[in-house]
Design a protein. Structure first.
Lengths: 140, 140
DNA sequence: CTATTTCCTAGACCGTGGTCTAGGTCAACG
DNA sequence: CGTTGACCTAGACCACGGTCTAGGAAATAG
């Protein structure tokens, strides 16, 4: 378990998450955090382990194409406190579905691209690539 | 084989490809086509089967995150005619790599999201979801 | 103590990938 | 023939997700 009293500056969080400090502040402005970001006596942001955990989720959601607006909607549910877990579950399930569809599509596209690569490899190796995409040879 | 003398209007191509007519014209302006789009006597665009084939590739490339600029670079190589097939192959290989990395990342993210879904399902079903993301329960 | 680095806010700016409008020509139906 | 719909160009507009600047304050290193 990581320490419960983690206290990181925005710069340290930027390092650990790969997000820029600009982006971290922007995420906060946009209401993406599930809890108010703590501040030091002098107004500097102080992040805890929970923030890191949540940010990890955020980056995974972003990496899978979830728009910031949707992340905010989820964050709002969490902020609203207990009682709406079914709703959160619904959002997560929907997104899981989208990821699965993305995986399928990506897999499909990979097939086509890999096919083109294979064709080019064959023809380049054989020195017969001339007809590719010129209207003469097969387009595949 | 599809007819070699296909002659489609921009609207028909939009239907078949799922791209809007606006987008098709924009792609042309941006130099994404591998060949000048034919025109009717009165200046209307006339698309052939080769254009459809190429557009299919374009949409797959877009769907896998290739920026228009990179598609243009590839199109430019094709336009430049025979002799640069090795270079085209290189671009395709690179993109194939990116797709594979995307697949891996997506798969990873799916793991995390699906995990959250499972957790929520268990807790919602059991009526014990209260502690999720409140600092009390396990974050996973 | 001074200099350097990190941080703060508010708000401007940017690339990407479309999407739409205005003003006009052409095709096709009845 | 007229009217309706598809098409043309050039260029404005938009959402998104950052990214950066200015102007200033506090922390930290030497």
């Amino acid at each position: 378990m990581t320490a419960l009293d983690t206290a990181l500056s925005i710069g340290q969080v930027a390092e650990r998450t790969g997000l820029s400090v600009h982006t971290l502040r922007m995420y906060e402005r946009e209401g993406l955090f599930t809890t108010e970001v703590r501040r030091s006596a002098t107004g500097r942001r102080v992040y805890g382990q929970a923030d890191l955990d949540w940010l990890e989720v955020c980056t995974k959601l972003r990496a899978t194409g979830m728009p910031l607006q949707s992340i905010r909607r989820f964050a709002d549910l969490v902020k609203a406190g207990p009682g709406n877990e079914a709703e959160r579950l619904e959002l997560l399930r929907e997104h899981r579905g989208r990821i699965e569809r993305q995986l399928a599509e990506l897999h499909d596209c990979l097939g086509l691209i890999a096919g083109k690569v294979a064709t080019y490899e064959r023809h380049v190796d054989a020195g017969t690539a001339t007809g590719l995409w010129t209207g003469i040879g097969p387009p595949a």
